[in-house]
Ligand binder design. Structure first.
Ligand code: BT5
Length: 255
């Protein structure tokens, strides 16, 4: 048995979130106060659009074995089960999640946001959200962590890019449930566009938010200039006068 929530606590419990859902994402809506990772609350045989959320992860995951940290009740920590059509490149889904999260963050803040290939959402050069796409028996679990109400001292101290929450950006404390409903709606719309037309169909949103464009970057042991995220989700880079297309990996950037 989990401890009861404090009366009046701001929460992502089903009774609060489900009435706010407008599309098919979030049906079913699975919720636990504490869980190892929201990615563990969904299985490949769940219907597309099944969603899991929690107040705190005890082993929240980033990419490449890294961790995702957020104190109880401060962030949106959510996973969505997707079943992309075979003709689409599932690797593009972290950018689809990035576009949806960027739009939801912008609507909340009234500030513009950027997408740092392949999976970060930045505002004012700081990371407010990260996206994790994991394959699971033909399905994809798309996990999104969006920092909402963390105070500065509750954010990881030394990330690159440095971390921010919506609250550290504009000093507003927000109810997370309506924001989660907006995020799921934005994700459903972006996903449907992508299903129909690939990243081409999202490029008007993605292209102008491409953070690495024209920056000096290092990928692996090569240094060059990022040209842009291309329409298949790869990062186009110019290294010593030659164009390369990077499929995946870690990017370090100057400034
Ligand atoms: C990501 O990984 O950015 C993907 C994060 C996905 C988290 C969601 S939460 C719901 C779902 N369930 C999960 O278990 N995961 C997903 P990556 O690019 O590897 O970034 C990880 C790095 O970001 C860490 O090594 C830290 O430096 C930094 N970091 C950790 N927590 C952070 C936070 N709350 N805000 C900003 N940066 C953070």
């Amino acid at each position: 048995m989990e401890a009861a929530e404090p009366v009046g606590a701001e929460t992502l419990a089903p009774g609060v979130v489900e009435p706010l859902l407008r599309g098919r994402f979030g049906r079913p809506y699975r919720y636990q106060q504490r869980v190892e990772s929201t990615q563990a609350l969904l299985a490949a045989d769940d219907p597309e659009g099944a969603v899991a959320a929690c107040e705190e992860q005890t082993a929240g995951r980033g990419r490449l074995g890294r961790s995702w940290e957020a104190p109880f009740g401060t962030a949106i920590l959510v996973s969505v089960l997707l079943r992309p059509p075979a003709e689409r490149r599932a690797q593009e889904l972290s950018l689809v999640g990035g576009v949806a999260t960027a739009l939801a963050a912008e609507r909340a803040l009234g500030l513009s946001s950027q997408i740092k290939w392949p999976n970060d959402v930045l505002v004012d050069r700081r990371k407010v959200a990260g996206v994790l796409a994991e394959a699971r028996d033909g399905a994809v679990l798309l996990g999104i962590g969006l920092n909402v109400n963390q105070k500065r001292e509750e954010l990881p101290p030394s990330g690159m890019p440095p971390a921010a929450s919506l609250r550290t950006l504009d000093s507003v404390v927000r109810d997370r449930a309506p924001l989660l409903a907006e995020l799921l709606e934005a994700l459903e719309i972006a996903y449907e566009h992508w299903r129909e037309g690939g990243l081409d169909a999202l490029y008007t949103e993605l292209g102008p938010r491409d953070f690495l464009r024209n920056r000096r970057i290092t990928v692996g042991d090569e240094t060059g200039t990022a040209i842009a995220i291309d329409r298949s989700g790869r990062l186009e880079v110019e290294v010593a006068g030659e164009r390369r297309f990077v499929e995946s990996g870690e990017v370090r950037y100057e400034r």
